[in-house]
Design a protein around this ligand. Structure first.
Ligand SMILES: [Zn+2]
Length: 385
């Protein structure tokens, strides 16, 4: 089957929205407010003040965990078992594990702090634990080698891994996690900065949750924006036309080579028939020439198909449908599925700074007999194939 590719390329720049979200979060954290994310056990979120308030029942469980660990000197796994047997559940409704206990024990929220982007700020909420007991727990964790598993979230949870590129040093961003604010905090960081420090690259790190939802929303909106899609199609079709003279040149060279190859084949066949040449040698040479002939013919077909596609550009309405279908699929709840689609759709996301993030999106279309379909690499976006 002859396929013809057309990359409908569009650069969508919507950095300001992402910037506003992130700046807002940081301002709130600096003021000691709760910046969203998972509410830590022991507190409720108070929408009136934007800060955390104590949940008495959960708070006593938190104090008990710290007491069991620092005063009773129980291990984290033993504490988990004890709570579990009593029917206690974590905030997410899961069974307690040693790691869940350790995550509680090193969360600075319990001494009245909020954590954001590697920094702790004095919070507006009351502490549940004295600083002395908290530090005592830290020391014990350290002595017992009970560091909480920082990598609760899998690398595959990072939707944009491999796609974010640092404009300052050209390296990729990598996903990373830290513990804070009652859970695992995910962020993306420039590889150079993570590996060699801010002297080598001082690129901002980006909070994963906010960046991901802002980018997905932005890409979805762009895919549903007819004006953006139409303009991208026009650009892609125009770009194809630019190559026409080169295609014509190549086509005439191929025609010439093809004539040459078939003349040689004829000559070998004649020599073979008259017995003027060693049949073994003749056979090898002949199949070489036939291969060459087949290559040239298939390239000629490709060029012909390309020429034809210029007269038959994709219909705007079809491409809008394809784009909308992609936008719909980005709303899937399954992270791996969304990630697969993003990896097909997004060429790169250039991070100049926290305030300028530029996603480059390409909709790859495939021309098959009778029309164009979107190439998702998974299944056709429309039922054309
Ligand atoms: Zn960098």
């Amino acid at each position: 089957m002859m396929v013809q590719m057309l990359g409908v390329f569009a650069e969508f720049e919507r950095a300001t929205i992402i910037e506003r979200v992130i700046a807002g979060m940081q301002k709130k954290a600096a003021k000691g407010g709760w910046n969203g994310g998972t509410r830590p056990l022991g507190y409720d979120y108070d929408p009136d003040t934007g800060a955390l308030k104590v949940n008495d029942e959960e708070a006593s469980l938190i104090r008990e965990i710290f007491d069991l660990y620092t005063k009773q000197r129980m291990g984290s796994v033993a504490i988990a078992r004890l709570l579990d047997e009593r029917g206690e559940r974590t905030k997410g409704g899961a069974h307690w594990s040693g790691n869940a206990i350790r995550v509680v024990l090193c969360n600075p929220v319990y001494v009245g702090k909020v954590y954001f982007r590697g920094e702790t700020y004095p919070g507006q909420h009351p502490p549940l634990i004295s600083m002395e007991q908290f530090e005592n727990a830290e020391q014990l964790l350290d002595e017992r080698g009970e560091e909480p598993a920082k990598r609760r979230s899998n690398m595959s949870d990072f939707l944009f891994s491999g796609l974010l590129i640092c404009a300052k040093c050209d390296k990729h961003f990598v996903g990373a996690t830290a513990t804070g604010n009652g859970g695992v905090y995910r962020y993306y960081m420039c590889y150079s900065r993570q590996r060699y420090g801010s002297k080598v690259c001082d690129q901002d790190s980006l909070p994963a949750e906010q960046l991901e939802s802002a980018l997905i929303e932005h890409i979805t909106n762009c895919l549903r924006d007819d004006a953006i899609i139409d303009a991208s199609i026009e650009k892609a079709v125009a770009a194809k036309h630019v190559t026409t003279p080169r295609h014509k040149q190549e086509l005439s060279r191929i025609e010439r080579d093809l004539r040459d190859v078939s003349r040689r084949i004829d000559r070998y066949l004649q020599a073979f028939e008259t017995g003027a040449i060693d049949p073994t040698f003749c056979g090898d040479r002949l199949s070489e020439l036939k291969d060459r002939q087949a290559d040239l013919e298939s390239r000629r077909e490709e060029l012909a198909a390309a020429a034809e596609s210029k007269q038959d550009p994709p219909q705007l309405a079809d491409v809008r449908d394809i784009a909308t279908a992609f936008a719909d699929r980005l709303q899937d709840r399954e992270i791996p599925r969304v990630k697969r689609i993003l990896q097909k759709l997004v060429e790169k996301i250039l991070v100049e700074s926290r305030s300028t993030i530029r996603p480059f999106v390409t909709l790859s279309l495939v021309r098959i007999k009778g029309g164009w379909v979107g190439l998702a690499g998974l299944e056709p976006a429309t039922n054309g194939l």
